[in-house]
Design a protein around this ligand. Structure first.
Ligand code: BG6
Length: 530
């Protein structure tokens, strides 16, 4: 039966128009390692709209050429298929404006420069304004002053679009906001308000690079393009779900400026942002229509069903750790890293247990964990299914799958490899009945080919197109702070923070979190991490 198409989500632009991408924080690490290499790759793939320009803004005095020269080595290092001549050509579209973005009087000049560049490229819309994509890649304390100054300088003209007879002729202005998006619920609400005073919600792109990862996007395809998973995807069949993001690196030089400043720690840095987003894609209901509005609505419905930890339950539902010194190496413990105040007890490992009180998931625990200096670089979702209703083989002396520790398990590998595996039991060939587990394995690169794409490129392109599907709504951000806040503020959890060995799977308290209910973490052996 043909289906009625629902009206498009508000303001979703389907085509990519050229714009000026204004990057605040142009001399920063993110610009060098991710943003410019990703833009270069978009250009190389021929998908960056012709006439798109980049304008870097930071305090260092530099000319356009000096900026391009500074960028070149990192673009070569961090982008796939670097070609010198191609970069040279692309770099002519990159410009630089030295300014202190915290100073409101820097903005009229910046505005003029953006206009001049757009005019020179023939990219002014007929209303006389350019399309602008602002990118906030600066210290979070600058977010609100920058947004206010953009507003005060009259750089956002988009509101006029709604009165125009010909909307296509009017320019848009959008903003991408990097994490951390606040350090707690109150600061996130304040930032959302500040953004909302200058930009419409549909022009605010709260970026989470995990949502741009191929295998995170693929979770929706796995669930909703196949008919076999969804009937099992609920409390009747799922025992529990784990989401892990483990890194082998430590905090390095980021301690003083970020990680130990009160804005970082594993819970804020990874769980509140990336892991809850991955969880949302795993656990949300199928959207009525697969578009930005539909996806955001379902993620929010899920978050609003979260059981918020309270009172004496809080310390039982979380485990914090920080890495100790390297064994047989001079690697410092986190507490001795440069710029760390050990009395803050910032966690480099966090694990929490969350439940959702809704029809689909009531009673199913979700365990999220993330840590630095762990046993492997690994991001994965593990869905463990309930045991078969009865052990048909017990008379033949075979223990049940639960007793053998071999429940069916679907593992979605997000990084470093991209794939899906399903653990099933089978009969070991030969006489008698011996049952063992084996994996059905799908390696994405092998099955589908294609080059590995850094998540930032496609996300920036989506923002140019006005597509918010892989971005976060203000209510989602606030809801995820609401889930995390009891753990962040719990003095009991912080007081009981444990030291774990670098190269391990975290502190003993994390194992206890699952062991208390007869479960255990999926800790793949080194040779199992693809
Ligand atoms: C960032 C965090 O958002 O994600 C970092 O601030 C972390 O601390 C990084 O290292 C991990 O990203 P990925 O893509 O390597 O898993």
């Amino acid at each position: 039966m043909p289906r009625l198409e629902s009206p498009a989500a508000p303001t979703q632009q389907s085509s990519a128009e050229p714009c000026v991408i204004v990057i605040f924080g142009a001399s920063g690490d993110l610009t060098h390692r991710k943003l410019i290499p990703s833009l270069y790759n978009l250009e190389r793939q021929g998908v960056l709209p012709k006439g798109t320009l980049v304008l870097g803004v930071s305090r260092t005095e530099m000319t356009d050429d000096q900026f391009r020269e500074k960028l070149a080595p990192s673009v070569e290092k961090f982008s796939a298929n670097f070609e010198t001549s191609r970069w040279r050509q692309f770099s002519q579209r990159i410009h630089y404006y030295p300014a202190d973005a915290a100073q409101v009087d820097a903005y009229p000049g910046l505005n003029q420069r953006i206009h001049d560049l757009a005019q020179g490229a023939g990219a002014l819309k007929s209303g006389g304004s350019p399309n602008i994509l602002f990118y906030l890649s600066v210290s979070p304390d600058l977010y609100e002053p920058i947004v206010e100054s953009i507003g005060a300088a009259g750089m956002v003209t988009e509101g006029r679009r709604w009165c125009s007879l010909d909307p296509a002729s009017s320019a848009w202005q959008r903003i991408i906001v990097e994490k951390p998006f606040g350090v707690d619920l109150a600061s996130a609400v304040s930032l959302n308000r500040a953004l909302g005073r200058v930009f419409e919600e549909e022009s605010i792109f709260r970026i989470d690079h995990y949502l741009g990862k191929e295998l995170v996007q693929n979770i929706s395809v796995l669930r909703f393009a196949n008919s076999i998973f969804e009937p099992l995807w609920n409390r009747n069949h799922v025992d529990h779900i784990q989401v892990t993001a483990a890194e082998t690196v430590g905090v390095g030089s980021r301690a003083a400026n970020y990680y130990d400043s009160g804005a970082g720690g594993a819970l804020r840095d990874m769980v509140q942002s990336h892991l809850l987003q991955v969880l949302a894609v795993v656990a949300m209901e199928p959207p009525g229509v697969f578009d930005a509005a539909g996806i955001m609505r379902e993620k929010l419905r899920l978050f609003s069903a979260a059981v918020i930890a309270q009172g004496t339950d809080v310390p039982r539902l979380a485990a914090f750790g920080r890495y100790g010194p390297g064994e047989g190496s001079s690697d410092p413990a986190y507490a001795s890293e440069k710029g760390v105040d050990p009395s803050r007890r910032t966690e480099t490992f966090a694990a929490i247990r969350v439940e959702f009180d809704n029809w689909r998931w009531a009673g199913v625990p979700f365990f999220l964990r993330s840590g630095k200096k762990m046993a492997a670089k690994l991001t994965e979702v593990v869905i463990t299914f309930k045991p078969a209703p009865t052990n048909m083989f017990r008379k033949l002396g075979v223990a049940s799958a639960a007793d053998r520790g071999s429940l069916n398990r679907l593992v979605i590998n997000i990084a470093p490899s991209e794939g899906i595996s399903l653990r099933v039991d089978g009969k070991v060939p030969g006489g008698g009945l011996k049952i063992a587990s084996a994996k059905l394995d799908l390696d994405y690169a092998k099955a589908f080919g294609g080059e590995h794409i850094e998540a930032y490129g496609p996300l920036i392109l989506d923002a140019i197109k006005g597509d918010l599907s892989l971005y976060k709504h203000r209510d989602e951000v606030e809801a995820s702070w609401r889930i995390c806040e009891p753990f962040i503020t719990s003095e009991a959890i912080r007081a009981s923070i444990e030291t774990y060995k670098p190269g391990s799977w975290g502190p003993p308290a994390a194992d206890l979190l699952l062991a208390r209910e007869g479960r255990e973490w999926h800790n793949p052996r080194h040779d199992e991490v693809r």
